[in-house]
Each structure stands twice: as C-alpha cells, then as structure tokens.
Write a protein that binds this ligand. Sequence first.
Ligand SMILES: Nc1nc2c(ncn2[C@@H]2O[C@H](COP(=O)(O)OP(=O)(O)OP(=O)(O)O)[C@@H](O)[C@H]2O)c(=O)[nH]1
Ligand SMILES: [Mg+2]
Length: 191
Amino acid sequence: MIVFVGRSNVGKSTLIFRLTGKYVKRGKRPGVTRKPIELGWRGKTIVDMPGFGFMSGVPKHVQEKIKTEIVRFIENNADKIDLAVLVIDGKSALEIIERWEKRGEIPIDVEFFQFLQELEIPTIVAVNKMDKMKNIRATINKLIEKFGLSGSWDDHKDTFIPISAKFGTNLEELRKLIEEKIKRSQEQRGL
Ligand SMILES: Nc1nc2c(ncn2[C@@H]2O[C@H](COP(=O)(O)OP(=O)(O)OP(=O)(O)O)[C@@H](O)[C@H]2O)c(=O)[nH]1
Ligand SMILES: [Mg+2]
C-alpha cells in the first residue's frame, strides 16, 4: 500500500492522476478529497488521502476530525504501508512552516514527517509545484533542516524530490524512486 499525504491543495490527487492515469477527484480549492480513496495500481493499493490543515468552507473542528482520521488510518494500516509520499507545496511550505514556528507551534508538515518516521514508514517528500519555485536547492536544504534531518539535499536525494504534477516535471524520476523505496522496504521486512 502506498499512501499520499499532505496539506490540502498541495496536489496529491493531481499527482496520483499523473502517475497512474486513474481518475481521482481534483480541484482548485482545498478540501476536495474528504475520505481516503483507495485505488488499485500495478498490484498495489494507492490511497489518496484527504488533506490536513486549512480547507475552505470547512469548520476548524471538522478539519481536526479529518486530521485525526488520517492519523488513525495510517496507524491502523502501518504494517501494510510500503511507502508514504508526503506531498508539499514547494512554493509555500517553507513560509508556512516558519509562520507556525513563530507562533511556537509544530508545523503540521514537520509533525507528519516525524510521525511517519516514528512508525518507521519509508517516506518520500514530493516537493510539488516546482514550476512556481524560485530557488529549489536552497528551499529543499532549508526544508531538510526544518524536518529535523542533518546534512543537505545531497544526503537525502532518495527522500526529497522536486516535481511538478501539473506539468509532469520529474515524474519519471519520482516513479523510479517509489519503486526503489518499495523494493528496499519489502526486503527489510523480509517479504
Ligand atoms: N502550478 C501548479 N499547480 C498544481 C500542481 N499540482 C497541482 N496543482 C494544482 O493545485 C490544485 C490542487 O490540486 P489537487 O490535486 O486537488 O490537490 P490535493 O492535494 O489533492 O487537495 P485536497 O484533496 O483538497 O487535499 C489544483 O488546482 C491543481 O491544478 C503543480 O505541480 N503546479
Ligand atoms: Mg485531493
């Protein structure tokens, strides 16, 4: 099982559509995907998760409930999950992370990345919307630091990959990365 997680509106559903060619609901406004959507792909199950964080027209307590459901889904399926693809919006992620830090809160992307690490779920961070990014290398280096990892992008090339789901940039590379990580993950678990 491969789960796609991330804040609302970062492009999870668009990416799944691009990778699999399968129809998934996508949209301009946050909060399009409301429940985990499972689809079969190459003998695997891909799960399109609702986004966490802000959703237009959705009350805060409902947003919290959706987040709890995502966490629960991942905990309940942890032994079946071969890989998580954490999708972030490369243009705004860093700014949002810094805003949360200033308020003394743990940024939701950082929290999720660490949650996946605690569950020992292999994770790829797909830095999406690279078509809108200015300094890709510097941004990814900063993100790596914010996620609590040491070193720079060169040390985490198998984890952080900039892509554009909209324009198809780097999707072949991402596909390769996904396949490699799944293979390694299954070997480690003796499958
Ligand atoms: N510029 C740009 N826009 C993108 C890219 N990928 C997705 N988008 C746009 O981002 C918006 C949200 O896309 P979705 O795929 O619905 O996002 P999501 O993460 O599934 O959103 P939720 O289901 O609400 O959590 C759409 O308007 C997409 O066209 C990208 O690489 N570049
Ligand atoms: Mg979606």
